[in-house]
Design a protein around this ligand. Structure first.
Ligand SMILES: Cc1ncc(COP(=O)(O)O)c(C=O)c1O
Length: 412
């Protein structure tokens, strides 16, 4: 049931749904519940003291300017510092085409606003980021669902679908939305050969790519792979990033690198009526932190912590889960993906899991076509290793009981 029903509301509200993750977080706020459901970065790692010092310095040095209205594009020194940093990570482009947004989430919303009319098609991997589905749904789109495997999006399947559309005169997707690194929710990474092929396929069909990359810097093993943005020779890749996972999500600071001046100007026009601009004082504080080299010191700490947590979760799964349960072993990011062979619906399993004081997100939430009911997303960033191990132990009991048909699982 759509959450709103007033006949005076716009048709798009019928597609606005509460996030399953937020609902589950509410249910799992009971302190006895071990939540593997959220996607929260570890709060104990946030550089609170450094941020306080930077904020104090901003107030002392910038005073009223830090509290005044600012430009919609973002605080210019932050855009310059960010452009330098991104160039080192393989995302070249002038600061002039970097838009500071209210988190990566706003970047997705603005892209929807600029590209999507009701009935338009976009290509997505499945499963995909729930917040993106929410952002694009409100523009009343249809989805071209591209299958994925352990190497990420199946680019040949995408190519075949785009060819078929061209042959039959069906409209091409307005863009391809893809998460190349440690995808939320699956933890999978798009293989290098597929990255090259994806930019080729996009160029051949003239379809832009939205590259959403919040986790690229959180790699725990293996080599950094080039961004799609750096492989693109046709100005088709729009790169979206964020400070949420490498610094702190409450800052609400993200960005978007537009491949052309024209798209950049249009996105600025789309942002203005949304919020005029992103808050200035946090931008100034983060610019100071970048200048002080905080991220060079901080990101390795985050990586080390999450690597240990991933290892704890993967180890506990190996020890406790029934052997017919498959899971990904991500090389980075915050999540791994579990697939049950037993035919048990993970939406129903969650009810029993909450009784056992453990929570996860059922996989169907990350699908647009009702599939994925045999899967679940597990988060390993927000609890310490011993809690993760206990959470997995509880979950293993629930999975095994459901599989063996011993549990009478109540359907809500
Ligand atoms: C894939 C993906 N894109 C975007 C976001 C939104 O990030 P932000 O906090 O920068 O809005 C998230 C947050 O979890 C995410 O996982």
């Amino acid at each position: 049931m759509p959450p709103v029903a007033d006949a005076r509301y716009a048709a798009r509200t019928a597609r606005m749904r509460p996030s399953a993750v937020r609902d589950i977080l509410r249910v799992s706020s009971d302190p006895r519940v071990i939540s593997l459901a959220g996607g929260l970065p570890a709060g104990e790692l946030f550089p609170v003291e450094e941020y306080r010092a930077a904020f104090d310095a901003v107030m002392a040095e910038q005073g009223a300017a830090s509290l005044q209205y600012g430009v919609s594009e973002g605080y210019a020194p932050l855009r310059e510092a960010l452009a330098d940093r991104l160039a080192r990570l393989g995302v070249d482009g002038p600061p002039a085409r970097l838009l500071i947004t209210n988190g990566a989430q706003q970047a997705l919303d603005l892209l929807g606003k600029v590209f999507l009319d009701p009935g338009d098609v976009i290509a997505i991997e499945q499963p995909t980021y729930l917040g993106a589905i929410q952002a694009f749904d409100q523009y009343e789109v249809r989805y071209l669902v591209v299958p994925t495997d352990d190497d990420g999006m199946d680019v040949e399947a995408l190519d075949a679908a785009l060819r078929a559309r061209t042959e039959t005169g069906a409209p091409l997707p307005k863009f391809i939305y893809v998460l190349p690194n440690f995808q939320n929710p699956s933890g999978r990474t798009l293989a290098l050969a597929r990255r090259r092929r994806l930019v080729e396929v996009a160029a051949r069909h003239g379809v832009p790519i939205v590259e959403d990359d919040p986790y690229g810097e959180l790699r725990y093993d293996g080599d950094h792979l080039p961004t799609l943005h750096s492989l693109d020779r046709h100005q088709l890749v729009i790169y979206v990033g964020t400070f949420s996972k490498i610094l702190a999500p409450g800052l609400r600071l993200g960005w978007l690198a537009a491949p052309t001046d024209e798209l950049f100007r249009t996105l600025v026009l789309a942002k203005q009526p949304s919020d005029l601009h992103t808050a200035i004082a946090p931008q100034m504080a983060v610019e100071r932190l970048l200048g002080d080299g905080l991220l060079e010191r901080h990101v390795p700490l985050v990586r080390a912590c999450y690597r240990e947590r991933r290892d704890a979760m993967v180890g506990a799964i190996g020890e406790h889960f029934p052997s017919d349960v498959a899971h990904t072993t991500p090389h980075g990011g915050l999540f791994l993906w579990v697939t049950l062979a037993s035919g048990v619906d993970t939406g129903e399993l969650l009810v029993r899991a909450l009784d056992e004081h453990v929570a996860f997100v059922p996989g169907a939430s990350f699908h647009v076509d009702g599939s994925g009911t045999d899967s679940m997303r597990l988060n390993f960033s927000s609890e310490p290793p011993d809690v993760l191990r206990e959470g997995i132990r509880r979950l293993a009991t629930v999975i095994a009981a459901a599989r063996d048909g011993r549990a009478a699982i109540a359907v809500p």
